[in-house]
Design a protein around this ligand. Structure first.
Ligand code: UTP
Length: 297
């Protein structure tokens, strides 16, 4: 029987330069979609997939992220006294069981592979998930849950994959497909940020992974790759060289790249329009904006 995936790593130690100056003092993961920070969406997705241990790889200046998961007794008391029960319930969704969260420090932003490797002692000899909170995915069934279900059939290493236009493939890790089975593809190679003419497909890796402890061992041996960083993609590709299964999983859902300004704004609109309490007012405003713009053209 395959070992259940109960640990997830959240690498949040990046500099977030695309959101400067905001990220000078706010971690990117604390930015909100409507009223919930990006990290809350990631945690909820992990919980739905059966994750019990949440490992954050953090860095300098990420204190707000740690505070976010603490209980705030004064705030709770004030809300209780004023009978704001609905808000109290909302706050409760941010509470984590004691001991469920661990914070590990990445002292230098040496790349995603290195960030994941920083958590190696907490992972020990178990499979684990990796979630990049700036990839937010709206989905009927949370994407990590979809992947865990597929992983129960395949084992091995699994990456979330998505078709992208060929001219965009060079911004991603890209899969070289050995066998296409529909939702699942068997992978024979992976390249991080390939030049357009050398991209092996337009199937791109996005920020959800289920990995084996062996991938950790591979990272230990890695030298820096594309962009001078220690790449997670290279450590996963190494699994294929060692004849271990690597799969791409075509998830069902809409992914927003909240690490980029355009993607973040699109997510804000989509999540705003999805909310019952905001939909009518917000949609009417957007329609008005569009017609004003059209009239001005
Ligand atoms: P990004 O490539 O989005 O980098 O990292 P970034 O620093 O967050 O943002 P920009 O590009 O400067 O705007 C993808 C994920 O990997 C984490 C980031 O926190 C993000 O969740 N990461 C990246 C680390 O934890 N450590 C690193 O050394 C690099």
């Amino acid at each position: 029987m395959k070992t259940k995936v109960t640990k997830a790593i959240f690498p949040v130690a990046g500099l977030g330069t695309r959101f400067l100056p905001a990220t000078k003092s706010i971690p990117k993961e604390i930015m909100t979609l409507v009223d919930r920070p990006l990290i809350q969406y990631a945690i909820d997705e992990a919980r739905a997939a059966g994750i019990k241990e949440f490992i954050f790889v953090t860095s300098r200046g990420k204190g707000a992220l740690e505070d976010y998961f603490d209980i705030n007794p004064m705030l709770e008391q004030t809300l209780r006294k004023s009978g704001k029960d609905a808000l109290l319930d909302t706050l409760k969704t941010t509470n984590m069981e004691s001991g469920a969260i661990a914070y590990i420090r990445q002292h230098k932003a040496l790349g995603l592979g290195h960030a994941v490797w920083c958590a190696r002692r907490l992972i020990a000899n178990e499979p684990f998930a990796v979630i990049l909170p700036d990839d937010v995915i709206a989905a009927e069934k949370p994407v990590l849950q979809q992947m865990v279900e597929a992983y129960e059939q395949t084992g091995g290493a699994m990456v979330a994959a998505m078709e992208v236009p060929p001219e965009k493939a060079s911004a991603y890790g890209v899969l070289d497909v050995e066998e296409d089975m529909g939702d699942l593809v068997k992978v024979r190679g992976m390249v991080e940020k390939p030049a357009r003419e050398t991209a092996p497909s337009n199937l791109a890796v996005i920020g959800r992974y289920i990995l084996t402890p062996n991938v950790m061992a591979n990272i230990s041996k890695m030298k820096s790759g594309a962009g001078g960083e220690i790449q997670l993609t290279d450590a996963i590709a190494e699994e294929i060289n060692q004849d271990r299964g690597v799969y791409g999983f075509r998830f069902r859902g809409q992914r927003f790249d909240c690490g980029s300004k355009a993607g973040y704004l699109q997510a804000m609109v989509a999540f705003g329009m999805a909310r019952d309490d905001l939909r009518d007012e917000f949609t009417a405003y957007l329609e008005e904006m569009v017609s004003v713009r059209k009239a001005a053209q």
